[in-house]
Design a protein around this ligand. Structure first.
Ligand SMILES: [Mg+2]
Length: 300
């Protein structure tokens, strides 16, 4: 696939009303309530052995996940690609294939972007906008004393997927999740959500972000966490990232959204925003200690 064809195919994914066929110096801005951007760097965020279809999916998915964590539906994307020589025409064709599938799956249209040659690693950046459509904006600062702490689904698939990939097993279900995470669009509009974040840094770290932003402490009960592999290392699964689940607090009188699990509660308010360890771990002693060692958290 020539460079010309590459741009041509990207154009077919563009928004006819705003991208102006990529012929102008800029696009016009569609209505949007939230915007985010995320960069994936080869060997830092991905191994480099992933197929281009998966990388195209992932660079959009991680941004869509951030937009969903604010209760918004992703609508548009800007894409900046820095491609080393190894990204030949077959690679570019695979990347377009992955983009087409991801754009269709997420309901995204391209607004524009930039493609450059990279003398170093492959670098992929997407900027994604989203709309609230009348829903309430979810923020990390929305947690309140007495809220339940919930997760949207299994925790640990990102960490275990990376483990499998590093062991040369790219075809396991976990590795598939690591390469092609599925943001939780189905949870948009859930009622009674307080503070919310997506699990990209690891469940403990992302819950700690919510706690610090809200000035609260939360108990996380490891016995209640729906682990991807309950028989495997729990500490790895709650500290590894790349799950792209949602972690959120829920007002105490609200029903738990379908498929979600209650994993703890908000127990203290008025906590300094820079509190070292706002997440109090509960559960089997060995698991708690292992998780504390991994996060460097001090015991409460
Ligand atoms: Mg996030």
């Amino acid at each position: 696939m020539s460079e010309f064809n590459f741009i041509h195919d990207l154009r077919s994914l563009s928004d006819p009303n705003h991208a102006l066929n990529f012929e102008d110096d800029a696009a016009t801005l569609p209505a949007a309530d939230v915007i985010c951007t995320d960069t994936l760097v080869e060997t830092v965020h991905f191994l480099g052995t992933e197929p281009p279809q998966a990388l195209a999916h992932k660079v959009l998915a991680v941004n869509v996940s951030d937009v969903v964590s604010m209760n918004a539906r992703a609508t548009h994307a800007l894409l900046n690609l820095s491609l080393p020589k190894a990204c030949d025409s077959a690679w570019r064709a695979g990347f377009i294939e992955g983009l087409e599938r991801a754009c269709a799956g997420f309901g995204l249209r391209l607004l524009g972007g930039d493609t450059t040659r990279s003398p170093g690693p492959l670098v992929l950046t997407a900027t994604v906008t989203g709309v609230l459509e009348g829903r309430t904006l979810w923020q990390r600062s929305g947690a309140r004393l007495g809220d339940k702490v919930c997760v949207g689904g299994r925790i640990g698939r990102g960490a275990l997927g990376l483990r499998d990939m590093l062991n040369g097993r790219a075809d396991t279900a976990m590795a598939e999740h690591f390469q092609c995470p599925r943001p939780r669009l189905d949870l948009l509009g859930s009622e009674g959500v307080g503070g919310c974040a997506d699990v990209s840094d690891g469940l403990i770290a992302d819950l700690a972000h919510i706690c610090r932003a809200s000035g609260v402490c939360a108990v996380l009960d490891l016995d209640a966490v729906p682990f991807a592999e309950p028989s495997e290392d729990w500490a790895q699964q709650v500290t590894g990232g790349d799950d792209y689940q949602l972690v959120f607090t829920l007002r105490p009188d609200m029903p738990v959204p379908p498929g979600c699990a209650v994993v703890g509660e908000v127990v203290e308010e008025g906590v300094e925003p820079h509190a070292n360890q706002p997440v109090i771990l509960k559960g089997p002693r060995a698991a708690v200690e292992a998780a504390q060692t991994k996060t460097g958290f001090v015991h409460f």
